[in-house]
Structure formats: structure tokens, C-alpha cells
Design a protein around this ligand. Structure first.
Ligand code: SF4
Length: 448
């Protein structure tokens, strides 16, 4: 049972020391009750109070981990309705449905894609990580799940209505933490018993949100923490409505019975693959934790993964590269030196243009807390008396002793000052403003 702000307040130190980032203990307690603050932000909570506050301090959408190893998927742990309020925590796991009705070659192909398919996007590797495995009986489900597990290592969703079949398949996957799908009104107790015995998460499926909440409450009463909800939405409108109501109930009302991540099956909603991708995009944009597709065609998985990545990055933290000297096209000591900021998009745009130019070059990437060139310049971070010490410390002089450095065209005004700061022998050249002009610039620079 969730505690009210006042009940939580009574368990706090009541010194109003502000160390938690809130002006008073009462303000902290209210935020904690709303699921918008974390208990460990207050260093003065006693062990006794921690135990009492355990439930109240749990995130309004519980954290659930499915699978093990590199492809394990953690979902939930969300605390806000909208990304700009703080951030979304765990990007949905994108997966594919594999059934015993598929040809062997099709199964092998999907397993291969789960193993191999990955995309690099602004320094991060994005990939499908989930396989929902469905078969007619326990033995077949166990064999198919084992095959998918061995071949891909993907996080598994085991699909069967019979708890015995789920037990057979999950029991053979020791330590792999598959998600049992699904407990319904008819089989709740049996599936929950298997989940408890094997210590694995399970999904709840119901035909209405009221029934879903009833079963969610039953899971809470049984002290189950790792539960996933399937509202079985059958149309695009229902997806939007169901996912939004579940999230609102969890976040705005701290309604614990619906305070679990969700799973969606766009693969079962239409035979039109493009429409399926649209449904999947809505699931990704509107709160789903796991999204199951009918194939892993890169033309569909890539945009979905990018969409998830864009929504689930922290809006308060610009995506950034590590400061350092990056070689492009195997540069030697005569290669040009280009300096820019560590905003990921800047880095990837500049480095891909340099790469396309086929001109070897050194990219000196300076840490300006992930800001773009002009923003960092305006903030006084990408200026002469900061760039000069960075270049000196970067070790670029040992790699390319010619001491000629190219700065972005947008900060042409700092060229003279930077030359002075760098000292004798250094030459600063103003580069281009637009990344697309880099290849032409570099070819002219090397020809000169
Ligand atoms: S850190 Fe703890 S004691 Fe201090 S104001 Fe916050 S809640 Fe109160």
C-alpha cells in the first residue's frame, strides 16, 4: 500500500537541511509519494524508515528485467508522463515473434538477425534484443526456446496459455530469466505459481483495463514485483488510449495495480507490414516496455530503434563524445588537424564528411559538455584560452608536429587570439561553416 506524503514525512529526519535538493522534508516527502524523487537523495533516512518506505519509494512503474547477459532487457522504472519533465529511463526492447509454425529456414534467419543485426547511431549500438517464442505444447516450446537462446542470446518471452507448458520451457532455461506470457483471469494462479517457483517475471493479459487492474492487484497482493501488463489493445486508438491510461494511473495516481511496464504485439494487429511498423512506432512513443514485431526487416527495425533512442535519451544531458584525438583515414604526421566540440552530432557529421573525403586527418574533439560549436563559443567554453590548453595537452603535437590547426568557420573570430594563445610556430586556419563543404576544403588544403 502506497504511503501518503504526510505518512512519509513522519518517517523523515525533519531537519529541513535541503541536502536532498528540496527546500523542506515535507516537499521531499510529497515528491517521494508522487514517485518523482528517490529515497536515497536523503542521506538521513534510518534503516527502519527505509524498510517502511520501501514500497512508497519504488518507482511508480516498476523495474522489470528479462533475459540475462548482453541482451538482457530492463524496462519500466519510469517516473514521468513526458520526457521533458525529467527523462524516460529504459528504452523499449524491440523483438520478434518466432513460432513452431514457421519454416525451419525462417526461424534460422530470425535467429541470425537477432544475433547479428545492430546499428551504430551517435556512438551507441542499437539492436533488437527480444524473441517472443510460441509453440503448440510445452516440449516444442522448450526446444524452440532453447534453440533461440543458444543461437541468439536474446531475452525470451515464452508464450503459452498453459502454465505447465510455460514451466517446462522456462525450467529448461536456467538463469535466463524468460518472461512467462501470459497470466489471465483463467490461469492466473497457476502461472503466478510457476513464476514464483522459477523466480522469473510474468505477464498479465486481460480484455479490459479494469480486469487488468484486478489482476495487477492480485500480483501485488502476492508480493510479485516483476510483472508486465498486456492490455490486449486491438486498434491504433486502443493502443494510444490503453497505454496512456495505464501510464497516467501509475504516474499521476500512484495506482500500483497498473504500475508495471507493458508489452505490445503489433505483429498480431495487422498483416500489413508497414501498418505494423506504424503501430510499433506508437507503442515505442507511448510508453510500451517491449514491442514484438513479425520480422526484423532492417527498414522497419532501424527507424524504430532510432525513434526509441531519440525519445529515451536524457534531454538534460547533450549526447557527447569523449574528449580526445580521433584519427580518420589513417593519418600521418602531415595530416591536417581539425578541432571541434564533443557534441555527438557535430562529431559524427564532421567525421563522416572527413571519412568521405578520403583525406587522412586528425580530429581533435574538445570537451565542452556536449554543446555544439556556436553554443559552446557563446557560453565561453569553445574560446581561444580554452582551446589552446586543450590542444597542448591533447598530444597532437607528437602525432602531427606541423602545428597547423583548422577551426570551424563559425568561430572565425577567434583565429587571431587562438594563434596568440598557442604561441610561436602555430598557425590557425579558418575552416568551413557547413560540414558538407569539408571534403572540398580538405582536398584544397592538402593540395596547397
Ligand atoms: S535531506 Fe532529508 S532531512 Fe534534509 S531536507 Fe531532505 S528530506 Fe529533510
Amino acid at each position: 500500500m502506497a504511503l501518503s506524503g504526510l505518512q512519509i514525512f513522519k518517517l523523515l529526519a525533519k531537519t529541513n537541511c535541503k541536502e536532498c535538493g528540496f527546500p523542506t522534508c515535507m516537499a521531499f516527502a510529497m515528491q517521494l509519494a508522487a514517485g518523482k524523487a528517490e529515497l536515497d537523495k536523503c542521506p538521513y533516512v534510518s534503516d527502519e524508515a527505509k524498510a517502511a518506505l520501501g514500497e512508497a519509494s519504488a518507482p511508480p512503474v516498476r523495474k522489470v528485467t528479462i533475459g540475462a547477459g548482453d541482451l538482457a532487457v530492463t524496462v519500466g522504472e519510469e517516473t514521468v508522463m513526458y520526457r521533458h519533465e525529467k527523462r524516460f529511463e529504459n528504452m523499449p526492447g524491440i523483438g520478434v515473434l518466432i513460432t513452431d509454425e514457421m519454416e525451419e529456414a525462417a526461424v534460422a534467419s530470425l535467429i541470425g538477425q537477432l544475433k547479428e543485426q545492430q546499428f551504430n547511431y551517435v556512438g551507441r549500438t542499437l539492436r533488437p534484443r527480444v524473441a517472443a517464442v510460441k509453440a503448440s505444447d510445452g516440449a516444442t516450446l522448450a526446444a524452440l526456446a532453447a534453440k533461440v537462446d543458444t543461437g541468439s542470446g536474446a531475452a525470451l518471452v515464452l508464450m503459452h496459455e498453459d502454465a505447465g507448458a510455460l514451466k517446462t520451457a522456462a525450467g529448461a532455461l536456467k538463469g535466463k530469466k524468460p518472461l512467462l506470457y501470459a497470466a489471465s483471469e483463467e490461469n492466473f494462479d497457476a502461472v503466478a505459481a510457476v513464476a514464483r517457483e522459477l523466480d522469473v517475471p510474468f505477464a498479465i493479459k486481460a480484455s479490459s483495463l479494469d480486469k487488468l487492474a484486478e489482476l495487477g492487484q492480485k500480483a501485488l497482493d502476492g508480493d510479485f514485483k516483476e510483472v508486465v501488463l498486456d492490455p490486449a489493445s486491438s486498434s491504433l486508438g486502443d493502443v494510444l488510449l490503453d497505454q496512456t491510461i495505464i501510464r497516467r494511473a501509475a504516474i499521476k495516481k500512484t495506482f500500483r495495480a497498473l504500475g508495471f511496464p507493458t508489452i505490445g504485439f503489433p505483429c498480431q494487429m495487422t498483416d500489413d507490414r508497414m501498418l505494423e511498423a506504424v503501430y510499433a512506432a506508437v507503442f515505442v512513443a507511448k510508453y510500451a516496455g517491449i514491442v514484438i514485431l513479425s520480422d526484423l526487416e532492417p527498414a522497419r527495425t532501424l527507424p524504430l530503434l532510432y525513434l526509441g533512442q531519440n525519445i529515451y535519451t536524457d534531454p538534460q544531458k547533450p549526447m557527447q563524445m569523449e574528449e580526445g584525438v580521433y584519427p580518420v583515414n589513417e593519418p600521418g604526421p602531415e595530416a591536417p588537424i581539425l578541432v571541434t566540440t564533443n557534441f555527438s552530432l557535430t562529431y559524427f557529421t564532421v567525421s563522416s564528411e572527413v571519412e568521405a573525403s578520403k583525406v587522412p586527418a586528425w580530429l581533435c574533439i574538445m570537451d565542452v559538455e556536449g554543446q555544439s560549436v556556436l553554443t559552446a563559443w557563446a557560453a565561453g567554453k569553445f574560446v581561444a584560452d580554452a582551446i589552446a590548453p586543450f590542444l597542448k595537452k591533447s598530444g597532437i603535437e607528437e602525432k602531427a608536429p606541423h602545428k597547423k590547426v583548422v577551426i570551424p568557420g563559425y568561430v572565425a573570430q577567434i583565429s587571431g587570439e587562438l594563434e596568440e594563445e598557442l604561441g610561436e610556430g602555430w598557425q590557425v586556419q579558418v575552416g568551413v561553416r557547413e560540414a558538407a563543404d569539408i571534403p572540398k576544403f580538405l582536398r584544397q588544403w592538402t593540395a596547397a
